[in-house]
Design a protein around this ligand. Structure first.
Ligand code: 6R9
Length: 648
């Protein structure tokens, strides 16, 4: 394996940013952030220009404001401002689950759809600041819904279509959302997902918990049969046909909320990560342009789902703010065949392609033929996001998919950061497989030890960011104290990411994974506590402890240690039932991979579960369990080892 891949000549010549420019801009952005961002804040249009740039403190109560006296509108920036120059250019290419199903939507058409939908929402009482829940498949209407919210100043909260009715209800209740947009059914890999049915169930659960959803707007996607409640449900196509095709964009303050997105942490229920208007859009659009080296006319494809932050920033807001053509894919990588991605690349002549390591590993396993029978000549930049990419998968992506022509941008960031934070730039950065390389403009990473001491040079530690950037989350919805506690209490005056990281002698960053109880399963972020509470909500379960373990395709798999109630016998049947139960509570993305019935869990005398030991056993690496002297009952460990479920 090669250690370093130099910037390809072609990439250097074409790129917006070469290495000298990177160095120069980066230094400027750190030395004088106000000056730097004052200039780059102007990349979006403002109704009222800002005079203040940055007003942020990571101490005490923590307050983060960018461009605070400016006024703008995100939908205006993503649509209206492009109409004169590129009204007839395609804004969204939609590629359906079925390879014969596609659609192209121009900026003019996007304008009309979004305006009509804005009027539909207004007519049904949605106002500035209201929370609108979006539970949709990957269809253009999902993007219209986001942009229509942005246009009228409503705050959207997208819930990934793979979440269960319970999970959807929890999110509706947390932000007291009374308007839901969904579809009759979703379609992925030929399988139908009962979105309306799930929504009906969620609305009932929410009602029980005191939140009454007044309207459910339903897009007809498959025309499958759904239950209908006249007093509440509205067909999208009927309402849209009656709505007016123009709607003025609301004047939004830079710090008005744009969206909420629920994400998992190490404790408690998922938190509503809140992003605001001005800074977020500046950061999403700027990173989209420079990280992918986006040029006018490029066809850009990010394979994420709009239910995750990657879909927000890099399918919808970043690309559309830049006037790009963004491809939205309804399906899955291996349907109808594992060649699907590359067929779509050729079909739409995709130039920039952004996906997740889990997809790369799965396709790598399906064999090179599926790739090599496509041309892929249009490809120029490849991207990776969601979890660390192992060097083998990186090399395959680079050599087989990219024919050694295309730089890979391994982009590290989080729901909380709003946009890409550590990443190569295609024309500037020599690449090392497995490294996210260097910080983006304005980002100052610090590695700290457990006591909070800042480590210098080549080292390894916990990854913090020492100063604010425009795309940063502003609070946890409805719980600012939790925001401060979660991100700013471990290391004073710094944002703590929850990730571990190594820095090498060249100053390159290598993310080593989460250092908290968050696991990353196929790029889906999950709290082990969430899976545990789903397990113990089953009648047969008395206690559960969940850890991640290395998984060839998913990155991490879900390993569950389950202690059953007195008198209950463990069986293969019961395992199946527990898997089904967890899927029902959280959603199919949280399916346990391994369940081990364990009469006891390794606990300290004060009753704390020693997860370190459980992780080791799940990894089938029990030779070095470390210090077990604090265990209340060391015999428990022998039983766990004997009955381990992941034998290599
Ligand atoms: C964008 C997104 C965030 C967590 C993050 C980290 C992991 C994301 C990564 C990466 C290594 C990368 N992560 N990108 N780890 N290299 N390029 O994925 O947001 O769903 O909030 O997950 O994902 O552990 O802390 P989110």
């Amino acid at each position: 394996m090669t250690d370093v891949y130099k910037v390809p000549k072609g990439a250097k010549k074409r790129a917006h940013i070469d290495n000298d420019t990177y160095e120069k801009w980066y230094q400027e952005s750190i030395r004088n952030p106000d000056k730097f961002w004052k200039k780059h804040g102007k990349r979006i249009d403002w109704f009222k220009p800002y005079s203040k740039v940055r007003n942020a403190s990571f101490d005490g109560k923590v307050s983060i404001k960018w461009f605070e006296d400016g006024q703008t509108n995100v939908a205006y920036n993503c649509i209206d401002r492009h109409l004169k120059k590129r009204g007839d250019q395609v804004a969204i290419i939609w590629e359906g689950d079925n390879p014969y199903d596609d659609r192209k939507i121009t900026y003019n058409e996007l304008y009309e759809h979004v305006c009509r939908l804005s009027n539909v929402m207004k007519k049904n009482g949605v106002k500035k600041g209201d929370r609108v829940t979006i539970y949709m498949p990957m269809i253009p209407e999902a993007a219209y819904a986001m942009l229509a919210c942005a246009r009228i100043g409503a705050i959207h909260s997208i819930v990934f279509g793979g979440f269960s009715p319970d999970a959807l209800a929890g999110r509706i209740v947390d932000c007291e959302s009374t308007f839901v947009i969904t579809a009759d059914e979703g379609l992925r890999g030929g399988r139908k997902i009962p979105l309306k049915d799930n929504t009906d169930k969620a609305v009932d659960i929410a009602k029980r918990d005191g939140v009454i959803v007044s309207n459910v707007l339903v897009v007809r996607r498959t025309a499958g049969k759904v239950a209908w409640y006249d007093e509440r449900d509205i067909w999208y196509h009927e309402a849209m046909a009656e709505a007016k095709p123009d709607c003025p964009p609301a004047k939004m303050k830079a710090e008005d909320p744009l969206f909420l997105l629920y994400t998992s942490g190490s404790t408690g229920k998922p938190k509503g990560v809140l992003h605001t208007t001005g800074g977020y859009l500046v950061y999403a659009s700027m990173t989209h342009e420079y990280v992918f080296d986006y040029h006018e006319g490029d066809i850009y494809w990010c394979t994420a789902d709009v239910g995750w932050v990657t879909g927000h920033s890099y399918i919808v807001y970043g690309p559309l703010a830049n006037g790009a053509t963004t491809l939205m894919f309804e399906g899955v990588p291996n349907y109808p065949t594992p060649g699907r991605f590359w067929e779509v690349v050729d079909k739409h002549q995709v130039n920039i392609f952004y996906t997740a390591p889990t997809a790369i590993r799965a396709l790598m396993g399906a064999g090179n033929d599926h790739v090599t029978k496509s041309s892929r000549k249009s490809l120029r930049t490849l991207g990776s996001v969601g979890e660390p990419i192992n060097p083998e998968a990186w090399e395959w992506y680079y050599k087989v998919v990219g024919d050694k022509r295309c730089p890979i941008v391994d982009t590290w960031w989080q729901t909380e950061t709003g946009g890409i934070m550590i990443t190569p730039l295609p024309g500037a950065t020599d690449l090392k497989p497995g490294s996210a390389t260097r910080p983006f403009f304005g980002i100052e990473p610090q590695l700290v030890d457990a006591e909070g001491a800042v480590l210098e040079g080549a080292t390894e530690g916990n990854l913090c960011i020492s100063q604010s950037w425009p795309g940063q989350m502003r609070t946890v919805y409805g719980d600012h104290e939790r925001f401060v506690q979660t991100y700013f209490s471990a290391y004073k005056g710094k944002y703590f990411t929850g990730d571990g990281c190594r820095r090498d002698k060249d100053g390159y960053y290598w993310i080593t994974g989460r250092v908290d109880d968050v696991i990353n399963v196929s790029g889906h972020r999950m709290g082990t506590a969430e899976v545990e509470s789903a397990l113990v909500s089953h009648d047969a379960v008395s206690e559960a402890a969940v850890v991640g373990y290395p998984h060839d395709v998913k990155g991490q798999g879900i390993y569950c240690y389950v202690t059953l109630m007195e008198g209950v016998e463990g069986s293969e049947e019961l395992k199946k039932e527990l898997v089904k139960h967890v899927r029902g509570e959280i959603g199919p993305i949280a399916s346990p991979d391994k369940i081990q019935f364990s009469p006891g869990l390794p606990k300290t005398r004060s009753g704390k579960i020693m997860r370190r030991i459980l992780r080791k056993i799940a990894e089938d690496d029990f030779g070095s369990l470390g210090d077990t002297s604090t265990l209340a009952d060391p015999a428990v460990v022998d039983d766990l080892i004997e009955n381990r479920q992941n034998r290599k």
